[in-house]
Ligand binder design. Sequence first.
Ligand SMILES: *[C@@H]1O[C@H](CO)[C@@H](O)[C@H](O)[C@H]1NC(C)=O
Ligand SMILES: *[C@@H]1O[C@H](CO)[C@@H](O)[C@H](O)[C@H]1NC(C)=O
Ligand SMILES: *[C@@H]1O[C@H](CO)[C@@H](O)[C@H](O)[C@H]1NC(C)=O
Ligand SMILES: *[C@@H]1O[C@H](CO)[C@@H](O)[C@H](O)[C@H]1NC(C)=O
Ligand SMILES: *[C@@H]1O[C@H](CO)[C@@H](O)[C@H](O)[C@H]1NC(C)=O
Ligand SMILES: *[C@@H]1O[C@H](CO)[C@@H](O)[C@H](O)[C@H]1NC(C)=O
Ligand SMILES: *[C@@H]1O[C@H](CO)[C@@H](O)[C@H](O)[C@H]1NC(C)=O
Ligand SMILES: *[C@@H]1O[C@H](CO)[C@@H](O)[C@H](O)[C@H]1NC(C)=O
Ligand SMILES: *[C@@H]1O[C@H](CO)[C@@H](O)[C@H](O)[C@H]1NC(C)=O
Length: 700
Amino acid sequence: MGLLRFLILALFSGSVHAGFVHPGLMHTQADFTRMAQKVSAKASPWIDTYNVLLSNSHSSLSYSPNPQAWAERGSGCADNSFYVMNDAAAAYQLALVWKITGNTSYADKAVSILNGWASTLKGIGCNASTSWDYWLMAGTQGYQFANAAEIMRNYSGFSASNLAAFQSLMRNVWYPICHAVLPFGLNVYANWDLGCIAQIMAIGVLTDNSTMFNEAVTYFKTGAGNGAAQKVAYYIHPGYYGQCQEAGRDQGHNTLDVSHLTVIAQQAWNQGVDLYGYSNNRILAISEHTSKGNLIDNSTNNFYTVPYVQYVYDSWPTEYWQYTFANGSQGLNRPTWGCIYHHYVNVKGLAAPFTGKQLALQTPENGGQGCCSGGYDQLGFESLTCALDPIPSGAAPSGLTAVFLNGKVLLSWWGSAYATSYVVQRGTASGGPYSTTLASGITDPRSYEDSGMSAGTYYYIVRANSTSGPASNQVSITTGNPLIAYYKFDETSGTSASDSSGNGYTATLSGSTSFVSGRINNGVKLDGSSGYVSLPTTLLNQLGDFTIATWVYVSSSSSWQRLFDFGFGTGRYMFFTTHSSNGSAEFVITYNSGGDSTQKLFISNTTQSSLPLNTWTHIAITHFGTQTWLFLNGQIVNVNNYQYLHPYQIPGSTDLPAQYWIGRSQYSGDAYLNGIVDDFRIYAGCLSASSVQSLASMSG
Ligand SMILES: *[C@@H]1O[C@H](CO)[C@@H](O)[C@H](O)[C@H]1NC(C)=O
Ligand SMILES: *[C@@H]1O[C@H](CO)[C@@H](O)[C@H](O)[C@H]1NC(C)=O
Ligand SMILES: *[C@@H]1O[C@H](CO)[C@@H](O)[C@H](O)[C@H]1NC(C)=O
Ligand SMILES: *[C@@H]1O[C@H](CO)[C@@H](O)[C@H](O)[C@H]1NC(C)=O
Ligand SMILES: *[C@@H]1O[C@H](CO)[C@@H](O)[C@H](O)[C@H]1NC(C)=O
Ligand SMILES: *[C@@H]1O[C@H](CO)[C@@H](O)[C@H](O)[C@H]1NC(C)=O
Ligand SMILES: *[C@@H]1O[C@H](CO)[C@@H](O)[C@H](O)[C@H]1NC(C)=O
Ligand SMILES: *[C@@H]1O[C@H](CO)[C@@H](O)[C@H](O)[C@H]1NC(C)=O
Ligand SMILES: *[C@@H]1O[C@H](CO)[C@@H](O)[C@H](O)[C@H]1NC(C)=O
């Protein structure tokens, strides 16, 4: 084909995007081949779940569909979502039976449902009230219908014009609803976003539209709403337990988040995009936390306790405070764990023990019918569609990280599929030997706290099963409250500031800056309109406990000017402002755009709540475990005893690069710092009050 002809085709056919795999949403042709083989061999669990599928009324050749011209969902609406949900489930289930058996009666039935909706449905919404629930339906049932049509797309009885009509329905009626709401990052619960991400991705594949597919992937990576990767996993606890955004709401919604995340990741994986592994397996972190929190611990006959930090759902103008892992609907039997389990365990070789226990409990599982208040929120049957034979042995433990917390070194790692336990070893030289075995027999959580050693640099590995088992990556950390970065700003010219800690974290000056006489030798002067200093963004990677200490000479009382602001986007950051809205200087750390609003420290018990102008002030923030202290000129001026947010969860990603700035805010509208900064220090670990006092008494 000549280039010109190719271009003309690309312009007019609308579907020349090369490379979409078909069928390529939740299941590929290889998956269907495996299902058919396992079912015909009567192998468990496939055959058991297949039998549940066959006996489900939505898989029946006598199923009676009800296409609607106008589909509504929500209180106050003429809610007919029941028909939408049932017919989407039926179309999918009949399509599955056809692919597994080859019996075209099922294919014809599935096609009649799809054709019925394609010729009947004109719109989705809510006429009579302001309920937005139709948005949920557009997302969840949208991806379900698209999955059914994707399976049917090469059936000879689903003609090219049938497929085109159904593609047109998805593109013109379903897609615009999700497309209209996703970009705004509205502060809705995560499921609202996630259903729409799944829908847009599914319609992109169904209609061979890479713009749509990329829209979904990009939103998942960098979106502003609660469905985006960083926000849906609000907090990563030790051992990589990921607290989902809806964990404190109720377990119906929390487990539905796992279901939606699975659809997004599975569909993307089948198109060669790895969202399962994205941002350090964030989805696995959520699945393990959610599955564990919904399981009974046989040793206590009660639900397992999972770690939880309070979450503030900031639905303006109301804030909902969620203090515990919610017990509403706890232990519900959502048929959702099969695809996620088999991907992580039998494709990646990682451990997913509690996801696996949930899956075992639900197998053989049903579809939408029979679970959960709304019903039909997931397609189900995953131990038929996604189950894989066990791999011979797992990957080595991986993702080992070390951070300072509670005065200890906290290690976390990903486990190895089928490993029975883990061994933690320590050495004093890079590459080993790791001659100190700190612990063995670790099962859960996959974390370890090391303490009591003398100041120095230590190297850790974790092994699966035994001291001779496969080893993880090595991680190193230096104890004894070392300086991580130290900017004396004693230069006289140029646009870089050297790091006197020895770690080589050279800072870069931008905008209008100059080196002037400071508190101790020189300092960096920032002009209040363009000048700031950028620090390397790996600085915080190991900081749970930390100390930041600096001298500042403030020349303006502009609101929100930042002494420093370390974060990414306007969702996750920590900053110190010399002048907040009411005039107080304040330290803030948030993972949720300020939603977690107790995480602030004002200057509280002195007469001076804002920073004095045109004089040198020493500011220090120290943090140990869940306590933070704010120091002004060496005196403690406020303490927060429940500050559960730590800097090490702030570093961004390649998609959301972090910005660590002195003198500039993450929010572009805020004032730049007008003043001089000198002797800016970041320490690993929490300095004592007397150490802070001696920093505050230094002068040049
Ligand atoms: C793909 O979808 C986008 C977003 O709706 C649309 O603007 C574009 O025209 C579509 N491309 C094709 C080739 O249909
Ligand atoms: C297809 O399935 C239906 C219902 O089970 C059955 O009656 C029919 O005989 C099957 N057709 C073939 C060709 O096996
Ligand atoms: C809702 O509004 C749409 C668009 O105006 C219309 O087609 C539909 O018939 C209405 N549905 C009901 C139940 O009033
Ligand atoms: C549908 O796709 C499968 C897998 O590629 C193939 O085996 C089958 O022949 C196709 N059917 C039609 C009608 O194209
Ligand atoms: C609890 O015991 C039952 C019965 O032996 C078993 O099926 C289940 O897997 C156990 N649950 C967990 C979480 O280990
Ligand atoms: C469920 O959680 C609520 C709120 O934390 C609590 O008041 C209630 O006692 C819990 N119920 C049970 C059965 O644990
Ligand atoms: C650990 O031991 C279990 C049980 O013997 C075995 O199934 C698994 O493959 C082992 N894992 C590794 C990584 O060697
Ligand atoms: C500013 O607001 C905070 C939080 O409400 C309060 O603690 C602080 O005292 C206030 N400062 C002034 C100067 O009003
Ligand atoms: C402020 O209050 C804290 C906590 O009560 C106390 O430790 C500190 O000494 C007080 N600082 C001043 C300057 O009064």
